[in-house]
Design a protein around this ligand. Structure first.
Ligand SMILES: O=C(O)CCC(=O)C(=O)O
Ligand SMILES: [Fe+2]
Length: 289
């Protein structure tokens, strides 16, 4: 059975009808959870791909990069082909596998998913990055527009796919319901994108806003194939890992709206099974040999 055939057997064949029900939580909470969106064969295929990458890592002739030892002073960005194998045992993320993998593209541009994202973005989605994690990110609470700037304000959505059962000890994703309605933090240079030294001010601002609106973090306790889609301005992060033995496999993709990127046609590629993705260079690494 191919991945695509199996995906079609999931209960999510008619997003349009189910979607109407989800819309209210999107507005009030700034995210939606779609349980069992992808079939287990899809999840297995992604996990297999990541295992394969590590197995043949040193022979990879690719500019795929990996951020290793996340949220640790030792954090570093390297080519995956140059990463020490032991780094796989600590939090890491592989950047932009979607640029190389038709499998990742076909899953994250699944037709049912595209319909949902189209409705949330009010326009065709454009897949613009991917992050593969095997452990909790431990990333402090943030809003993605601090780091990623869509050409049109708020026309960014994010899909987080659980690739195994995820519990509270493994550093689950944390979301802050309703935080997307908080007035965005104003970056020094205008807009929402900050420089690294502005993070303490952002934290200070957000802490006060969370208290004012009585917003508390919620853990995304997930089963393989579940997805959570969040709004451009939703505050989220990775809970600290309580059990370092536990993995927390996930795939996260960010999407812009295609219509804002179309003027550069060489950058906007049509994917094999439909949908569009942003063709851009891999993340730069400090040293390549
Ligand atoms: O998976 C996580 O813990 C957080 C990921 C995240 O914040 C992101 O990809 O924007
Ligand atoms: Fe994020």
């Amino acid at each position: 059975m191919s991945v695509k055939d199996d995906a079609l057997q999931s209960p999510w064949n008619h997003p349009a009808s189910i979607f109407a029900e989800q819309m209210s939580t999107w507005d009030t909470d700034g995210y939606v959870i779609l349980k069992g969106f992808f079939a287990h064969a899809v999840v297995k295929a992604v996990n297999h791909l990541v295992d394969q990458l590590w197995r043949v890592q040193t022979q990879l002739d690719s500019k795929l990069s990996v951020d290793i030892y996340l949220e640790n002073p030792k954090q570093e960005r390297l080519l995956l082909s140059h990463a020490p194998l032991e780094a796989r045992q600590s939090p890491y993320k592989i950047n932009d596998l979607y640029l190389e993998s038709p499998l990742v593209r076909s899953i994250m541009l699944d037709q049912r998913l595209r319909e949902i994202l189209k409705s949330l973005l009010d326009g065709e989605p454009l897949l613009m990055n991917s992050l593969n994690f095997e452990r909790g990110s431990s990333q402090p609470a943030h809003v993605d527009t601090l780091f990623i700037s869509p050409r049109k304000h708020e026309k960014l959505v994010v899909v987080w796919l659980a690739l195994e059962s995820i519990n509270s000890e493994s550093g689950p994703l944390l979301v802050y319901p309703g935080s997307h309605k908080i007035v965005p933090f104003q970056a020094r240079k205008g807009g929402t994108c900050i420089e690294a030294d502005e993070m303490p001010q952002f934290n200070h601002y957000m802490d006060a806003q969370l208290r004012k609106h009585n917003i508390k973090a919620k853990e995304f306790i997930a089963e393989p194939g579940d997805i959570l889609i969040w709004h451009a301005q939703l505050l989220h992060g990775g809970k600290a890992i309580q059990d370092p033995q536990k993995t927390r496999k996930s795939l996260v993709c960010h999407y812009f709206r295609k219509q804002e990127y179309w003027p550069q046609p060489w950058r906007v590629k049509r994917a094999e099974q439909g949908g569009h993705y942003y063709m851009r260079p891999h993340q730069r690494v400090a040293k390549q040999d």
